[in-house]
Design a protein around this ligand. Structure first.
Ligand code: M6R
Length: 369
């Protein structure tokens, strides 16, 4: 069943190029047009949406954080992202012009289900992004966009996350398309870029040996920190979550701009810090700031593990370890930048003797609140 891999997790990491391709299949064409007829919410209703609220848990919540950047960028409609477990308890403001997006691999997560039930009771429309056909969350939603990752067995989500990112980008671009924003040409260009992602993820996977070696060398460290900005911030959170659940290590993700507001006090000699660097082309201001952050933490003794776009030479002097990912449009970078973090956590956990498919205390689908 594991197809020759030592774990389901390794198999599922390797399946990511296909999972992404399958999730794009039939939804994008070579011209850069999206067809999401399956989203049965009429275009007229989508044009009237005044607010988007994303609810999800765990890794799916991280996909939601990234969705916010894409939705607000392509539609200029305000988007909030909330942990499903917190959502209904604060009496959120919802009405018929609110589109709620519930993201869930399993489609059975009780917190997410309760959040969407609450949203529908208030008259909001709910679109599910889900990987499991016919599961409860899509059945109770107004519409569903399925991710086509195939069955995910390992408790730690990998290929489902990448396909959630694809789906979130598709929804954001589709909303932009149906609402007829002035970025029509840019939207078409990014849609065309999406079709390169499977090959780009495949290329990342081929270069993972140094990442595995690094992970093994860090297996006795007590803490690893992760930093990112913009869409790299949720990627940092996801890298930290993977390490917590698999390696049972203290790991934290921070927005790099917050360093000076507290977390920099944690930096000490030899502390591994993984930094996700945005493209120097897309968000050049942020790029410069994060390069300064890398310099700052390195000056304080941190061991820097830098994930940067191919061709970005500015980080070379400050990277103790450099992990290259293909150049993508800014909003698509999480699709390639997350992959090394999955491999890193899996290898580090294995080096610590942990069962990566069945981490202690965790269940694949959390059907209690
Ligand atoms: O099935 P769901 O996507 O609703 O699950 C949500 C979380 O429980 C899940 O992502 C969890 O955080 C994973 N174990 C992360 O790897």
């Amino acid at each position: 069943e594991k197809g020759g891999y030592a774990s389901f997790m390794l198999k599922e990491i390797a399946e990511q190029p296909k999972a992404v391709a399958d999730t794009l299949l039939g939804r994008v064409d070579g011209e850069g047009t999206l067809s999401l007829d399956e989203v049965r919410i009429p275009a007229a209703v989508l044009r009237e949406v005044e607010k988007v609220v994303v609810v999800a848990c765990g890794t799916a919540f991280h996909a939601g954080l990234i969705a916010k950047y894409a939705i607000e960028h392509w539609t200029r409609v305000p988007c909030e992202v909330e942990l499903a477990s917190e959502f209904r308890y604060r009496d959120p403001i919802l009405d018929a012009r609110t589109l709620v997006i519930a993201i869930s691999q399993s489609g059975e997560t009780m917190d997410t289900l309760m959040a969407l039930r609450h949203a529908r009771e208030q008259g909001a429309k709910v679109l599910a992004i889900c990987n499991t056909n016919g599961s409860t969350i899509p059945r109770e939603s107004d519409a569903v966009l399925y991710t086509h990752a195939g069955p995910e067995v390992a408790v730690a989500s990998t290929k489902a996350f990448l396909t959630q990112l694809v789906a979130c980008n598709l929804v954001a671009l589709y909303l932009g398309q149906v609402r007829g924003t002035k970025w029509g040409d840019e939207i078409r260009a990014v849609v065309r870029e999406l079709s390169h992602v499977p090959e780009q993820v495949g290329r990342v996977l081929e270069t993972m040996e140094p990442v595995r070696e690094l992970a093994r060398s860090l297996s006795d460290k007590p803490t690893v920190l992760f930093l990112g900005r913009h869409v790299g911030y949720p990627v940092a959170l996801e890298g930290a979550l993977k390490l917590k659940e698999l390696a049972y290590m203290h790991a934290e993700g921070f927005a790099a701009g917050e360093l000076k507001h507290g977390p920099i006090a944690l930096i000490e000699q030899d502390l591994p810090v993984v930094v996700v660097v945005p493209s120097p082309r897309g968000r050049s201001v942020l790029h410069g700031k994060i390069v300064s952050n890398i310099q700052e933490i390195r000056a304080r003794g941190a061991r820097t593990v830098v994930i940067a776009e191919e061709g970005d030479e500015s980080v070379v002097p400050y990277a103790d370890h450099l992990i290259r990912v293909p150049a993508t449009p800014t909003l698509l970078q999480p699709l390639v930048a997350t992959v090394p973090l999955q491999v890193f956590a899996c290898e580090l956990a294995t080096a610590r003797g942990n069962d990566v498919d069945q981490p202690r205390n965790l269940a694949k689908s959390v059907t209690v609140e």
